[in-house]
Ligand binder design. Structure first.
Ligand code: AMP
Ligand code: GLY
Length: 419
């Protein structure tokens, strides 16, 4: 098969690498890819949001399967457009991707179908939102932009002043554009967070092994939220008992709710969960594989990835086994100095071999470019240095030993992933 992966981050590198293990994958393309991905796939210079460009390329190159990984092309209907052109695509249709692209939609879905989540109210007027926050009088309070905001649309306001500032920047200054036309004001809940990615064909759902992201920039969960600074799998908080409870109260009800709404979800559904003292609750849904969760989950998958993707697309997931390794996996993200704020680009990365790898680990490239055999930084998150081990401690030791071998000016990473 000829397979085209859409995207160009660490998640897409992990997807490309897993696809390469399948005997069915004869040729893999990635649009746009990055410096590291170019060692594993043919990179094609098409932006992820260029739906016409992707359809044209797929037709001209007789692509058998397009894997749409990022949220924005899914929300914009890339899978719908590919299918209309007779090209098989993995990922939800636009009408189902809305579970991520509109927080108002997802909260209303959960309320309607009794799926546990933080209490909330929706507003399209900043004055009314603030009046509601004042009448509740409980801080911290969570302010969320309705639409996609590069993972930055959630503000946890510690007091009235911060809530007012959050509403102003989202709804009046429109720092996330039209995504801030509506806001969700949410009750602040606490507990360990768990990420669960799941394959679903719209009827059957098969959760993958659990993982834990580390969203804050600095050690000790300090600093601003980022796209994710590191991950471990499995998540030690996620017991078999909690998994069963989630299946009963969250996973199956969500898949069934989407069907009843006439929006069957086919693809990878991501559950961002919080294990509260009242049981697991949904913090957010994503309509896609997580980044950097994918980097620790896919390496543990033993079943042929292409077989599973085809079973999802052809709605026969029920009879498709999906098996996982007992090994643990850890990913440490090396980011550019300054990330998630301003950071420099184009700095040389040393310590990598000609394929952009180091011994003892797998290096998933996120923001890199490769020129004349050398690798350079090209984004906020640069590398996801990933290792497997018999135990989590072993996996972490492997990942950190590999991190020590890699250098670029100002490299920033957390020392406490998995601790
Ligand atoms: P999200 O972008 O929706 O994943 O939110 C980013 C982060 O904000 C989450 O990983 C949580 O740590 C935090 N968060 C979101 N909603 C809540 C909430 N209702 N209560 C407490 N923390 C929250
Ligand atoms: N790691 C969180 C996300 O992919 O949204």
């Amino acid at each position: 098969m000829k397979i085209l992966v859409i995207g160009g981050g660490g998640r897409e590198h992990a997807i490309v690498r897993k696809l390469r293990e399948s005997p069915k994958a004869e040729q893999i393309y990635c649009a746009p890819g990055n410096g590291g991905i170019s060692k594993d796939a043919v990179c094609v210079d098409i932006p992820v949001t260029d739906i016409d460009g992707v359809v044209r390329f797929s037709r001209e190159n007789k692509i058998d399967l397009v894997f749409v990984a990022p949220d924005d092309p899914l929300a914009a209907g890339m899978v719908d457009a590919l299918e209309a052109a007779g090209i098989a695509a993995f990922g939800p249709h636009a009408n189902a991707a809305v579970i991520e692209s509109s927080k108002v939609f997802s909260k209303e879905l959960m309320r309607k179908y009794g799926i546990p989540t933080a209490d909330y109210a929706v507003f399209n007027d900043p004055g009314k939102a603030l009046a509601y926050i004042e009448s509740r009088g409980e801080y911290p309070v969570v302010v969320k932009a309705d639409g996609l905001a590069l993972g930055k649309g959630v503000i946890i306001a510690a007091d009235h002043g911060e809530a007012q500032a959050a509403l102003k920047s989202i709804m009046e200054d429109k720092i996330f554009g039209a995504s801030g036309n509506q806001v969700v004001i949410e009750e602040f809940i606490t507990g360990p967070e768990v990420s669960v990615l799941a394959f679903t064909d719209g009827k059957c759902i098969k959760p993958m092994v659990s993982s834990k992201d580390h969203k804050r920039a600095f050690d000790g969960n300090k600093g601003p939220n980022t796209g994710g600074m590191g991950t471990i799998s499995p998540n030690p908080h996620y017991t078999d008992e909690i998994a069963e409870q989630c299946m009963r109260s969250i996973f199956l009800p969500t898949v069934q709710a989407m069907c009843r709404e006439g929006r069957p979800f086919k693809g990878c559904l991501y559950f961002g969960l919080m294990l509260t003292k009242d049981g697991p609750k949904v913090i957010e849904y994503n309509s896609r594989f997580g980044d950097p969760e994918t980097q620790v989950v896919l390496p543990r998958m033993k079943t042929d990835f292409v077989d599973v993707l085809q079973a999802v697309m052809e709605e026969r997931l029920e009879s498709q086994p999906v098996e996982w390794s007992e090994a643990a996996c850890a990913c440490v993200v090396m980011a550019s100095g300054g990330y998630p704020g301003k950071y420099p680009k184009g700095l040389e990365i040393t310590g990598l071999d000609a394929d952009g790898q180091v011994s003892g680990a797998t290096v998933y490239h996120a923001g890199t470019a490769c020129k004349d055999g050398r690798f350079y930084t090209g984004g906020g998150r640069v590398l996801g240095v990933t290792a497997m081990g018999g135990t989590l401690e072993e996996a972490l030791r492997g990942a950190y030993a590999a991190v020590e071998k890699i250098h670029f000016e100002g490299a920033q990473y957390r020392r406490d992933i998995g601790k």
